[in-house]
Structure formats: C-alpha cells, structure tokens
Design a protein around this ligand. Structure first.
Ligand code: NDP
Length: 305
C-alpha cells in the first residue's frame, strides 16, 4: 500500500520514509517543494489522496527552534498555522476519499504537559491549556479530527513527541558543533527533565501505529518518549562522553531567553517527566530505551536511515 506523509521531507519524515520503504510500502510526500513522488498541498486539495492510500501521516510544521528566526507574532502565527492547517487539509482529503485509508497518524508535542521538576505524566494526565505551546498542541491534535461518521472507520493515532535525538535534524543538529568543541554544558541548573526519544524509535513508533499489528484497534494518544527520562544534566554528560569531550560550561537561562524568547526557550530551560505508558502496554519495544545507548548510536553514524 501507499503511505502519504505531509512534511515527510523533514527530519522525522525522512527516517520514517526509509523505514516504510524497507518494509515494502510506497511513500508519497506532501511538500511545499515539487519533486518525484510528491504532491503539493494544492494538488492534495484539488486531486485528493492517491488511490491505494493505506495510511496518512502528518509531520509538517514550521521549525519552532529555528535559531535564525526571531519569536515574533508573525513567526508564531506560522508555527501555529503550518501545523493546524496541514492537519485540516489531510483530514479533509480523507473525508473526501471514496476509499478511506485505514489510519491517520499525526504528531504533537509533550509541551502539552506542564513543565515540572516533580510531576510524572502519562497519556491520561491533564494539560494542553496553560501557555502558547500547550494550547497549540490542543488545537493541532483537534485539527486532525474527522467527521463522526468517518471517525468510526478510520483509526486515528496522535503521537505526543518528546525531543527527537538523531543526526541530521532536531536538537542534536544545534548541539553537535558546540559539544564537539568541548563547549557543551547543562542548561541552567540542569535538573529539568529532558523527555527524549531516539529518531529510530520515533520512526518505528509511527510504523507501529500505521500497522496496528495484531492490535487492530490501536488508536488514540501515544507519548513518543523513551521509557527512561533523564535530566538535562544527565543528557549533557551522556552526549559529551559519547563524543569524548568535556561539557561543564553551563548555558545560562537568560541567554536562551534572550536568543529564543522565553516562550519557546522553555523547551530547553524547562521540561516534563513523561512516560510512554500506552506504547509499552501495547507491546512496543524500544531499541534505545536508555540515553547512553542512544547517544553512542548518534555519535557513531552520519545519518539515520
Ligand atoms: P522538520 O522541520 O525537519 O520537518 C518538518 C517539515 O514540515 C519540513 O520538511 C517542511 O516540508 C514542512 N514545513 C516546514 N514549514 C512549513 C510550513 N510553514 N508550512 C507547511 N509545511 C512546512 O521537523 P521534524 O521532522 O523534526 O518534526 C516533524 C514534526 O514533529 C513537526 O511538526 C514538529 O513540531 C514535531 N515534533 C518534532 C520534535 C523534534 O524533536 N524533532 C519534537 C516534538 C514534535 P517541505 O519543506 O517539504 O514543505
């Protein structure tokens, strides 16, 4: 079958596309840039989903942590609408399709849960209503809803992702060079939790959600995080030691707040202890459950395929 991936050109999308192709799927990306095996968002609106579409995934979204973009109202609007509108566009295409796909998988963030040094969160925990990012998660997830008569026939999965660690994208791409020069260090006190997942496990979790495996009813919210959450300080130690570099220069909070704006610097200055309760219950096995094995794997490869 064919899997359609909105924003599939990105960091998570590339890893997922290769994994799906290795498992015998054909993949069509929805992208703002034309190319082979691609649809534009306008093509999608006009022509709809390809005929043999088994699954639809959405990973599109303006990069929140782009250090070259200031946290202005205009940029925030882009961050918001690139996620909400693309989910809506795909939901609309699914609604219009004669033959429905089996499953619609979208991504959201653990920013749904309130940063805390003490709380532990599962998919049952409340959240989604206390700041810009948490409200975005709520609307982003809601934008993937299908009309009632279709909700019952298309499985829907939402993966609330932690910080995805891997080469070629996400946070590691920003940290690699300073850490390589021995200029890495914990953010602030370093005590804040860092909810993380290795890119390979992230792609595998999407694949797991698409197939539903023997669990044909697999649906709902899944926290996309490794089972062993670490503190920011422990991550720093582990990554630096995999690179064989020191990392004792702390990054002051005020510097991140000035560079990124307080609202999004939170992703680095604060954190939430999130558990992948449902993935474990459903029998998902993590290849990289602990931070040391994940950091070693990241340092040992050029790109995750
Ligand atoms: P990337 O930035 O690597 O890729 C996202 C893709 O979205 C891009 O390749 C681009 O595709 C598309 N895109 C970017 N801006 C826009 C826009 N303004 N309008 C429409 N499409 C746009 O992201 P990741 O792969 O790292 O993440 C994928 C999703 O997962 C994102 O929504 C992100 O918020 C979420 N997530 C990621 C985490 C991480 O640590 N990486 C953590 C938590 C959530 P093209 O240029 O082809 O149109």
């Amino acid at each position: 079958g064919t899997v359609v991936i909105g924003g599939g050109t990105g960091f998570i999308g590339s890893a997922l596309s290769s994994l799906l192709k290795r498992n015998g799927y054909s993949v069509i990306l929805v992208s703002r840039m034309p190319g082979p095996q691609r649809l534009s968002w306008t093509d999608l609106a006009n022509e709809g989903l390809p005929k043999d579409c088994k699954a639809v995934v959405n990973l599109a979204g303006q990069n929140v942590l782009d250090p070259t973009r200031r946290w202005t109202p205009g940029f925030k609007q882009n961050v918001w609408s690139s996620r909400v509108h693309t989910n809506k566009a795909l939901a609309k295409a699914i609604t219009a399709a004669d033959k429905k796909p089996e499953v619609f998988v979208t991504v959201s963030g653990v920013g749904y849960y309130k940063p805390s040094l003490t709380e532990e969160y599962t998919e049952d925990s409340p959240g989604g209503n206390f700041d810009f990012l948490s409200n975005l998660c709520t609307e982003w997830e809601a934008a993937a809803k299908l009309p009632a008569e279709i909700e019952s026939s298309v499985r829907r999965v939402v993966i609330r992702s932690g910080i995805v660690l891997g080469r070629g994208g996400g946070m590691i791409q920003q940290l690699y060079i300073p850490f390589w020069f021995g200029l890495g260090g914990p953010v602030g006190s370093g005590l804040q939790p860092l909810p993380w997942i290795h890119i390979t496990d992230m792609a595998r979790l999407f694949h797991f959600a698409i197939e539903g495996k023997e669990n044909k009813n697999l649906q709902g919210i899944f926290n996309g995080v490794a089972p062993n959450v670490v503190s920011n300080k422990d991550f720093t130690k582990s990554f630096a030691s995999a690179l064989r570099r020191p990392a004792f220069i702390p990054v002051p909070l005020f510097a991140l707040n000035i560079a990124f704006g307080e609202e999004r610097a939170k992703i680095m200055t604060e954190g939430q202890n999130v558990k992948p309760k449902r993935a474990l219950e459903m029998g998902f096995r993590f290849l990289y459950p602990d931070i040391d094995s994940a950091c070693k794997a990241i340092v040992g490869v050029k790109k995750h395929e």
